[in-house]
Write a protein that binds this ligand. Structure first.
Ligand code: RB5
Length: 160
């Protein structure tokens, strides 16, 4: 029977490998998140620096892995998720979304097709963060009209 299901594949199918990094404020937070992800079948790896990453360094480290493979989902955390998301989004091809509730988690996957999820360890409990990641990882990208919109993110801004 032909497969007429045009629904894009869910991140659950494409993404089994998850790369995490944080600054000092979220080190324990991502450790617990990583353990949770492993317990649910994901291959989760925490990137570490000799001395703690700053939030920009952590963002850059996650970005390098996301750039290397479309099958990798990045998780980048700092105290608020703000600084690390700002830095991650300075890189071409990166769609880093700051999530803080079930709606933003769903939209991060459904409309924004996020390749990096950012969260704040001073905003969310570990339990809340893991519940939001469950939503992200089980929500397929809607595709369609969102594709040209996402492509526009990397269009030149025209600034000198
Ligand atoms: C570190 O204290 C804090 O500023 C950082 O983790 C983050 O919240 C910045 O956006």
């Amino acid at each position: 029977m032909p497969n007429n299901n045009k629904q894009p594949k869910a991140l659950t199918i494409l993404t089994k490998k998850i790369i995490l990094a944080s600054d000092h404020a979220a080190a324990d937070f991502i450790q617990e998140i990583s353990e949770y992800l492993k317990s649910t079948g994901y291959e989760a790896t925490i990137l570490k620096a000799e001395t703690a990453f700053t939030y920009s360094e952590a963002a850059d480290a996650v970005v390098s892995h996301v750039h290397a493979s479309t099958h990798v989902l990045g998780i980048a955390c700092c105290g608020t998720g703000l600084g690390i998301s700002m830095r991650a989004n300075r890189h071409k091809g990166i769609r880093a979304t700051l999530i803080h509730d079930a709606f933003t988690a769903e939209m991060a996957a459904l409309h924004s097709h996020a390749n990096i999820i950012c969260m704040g360890s001073r905003v969310l409990t570990v339990e809340q963060a893991c519940a939001l990641l469950d939503i992200v990882l089980n929500t397929p990208f809607e595709g369609g009209r969102h594709i040209p919109r996402l492509e526009q993110l990397d269009a030149p801004t025209g600034e000198k």
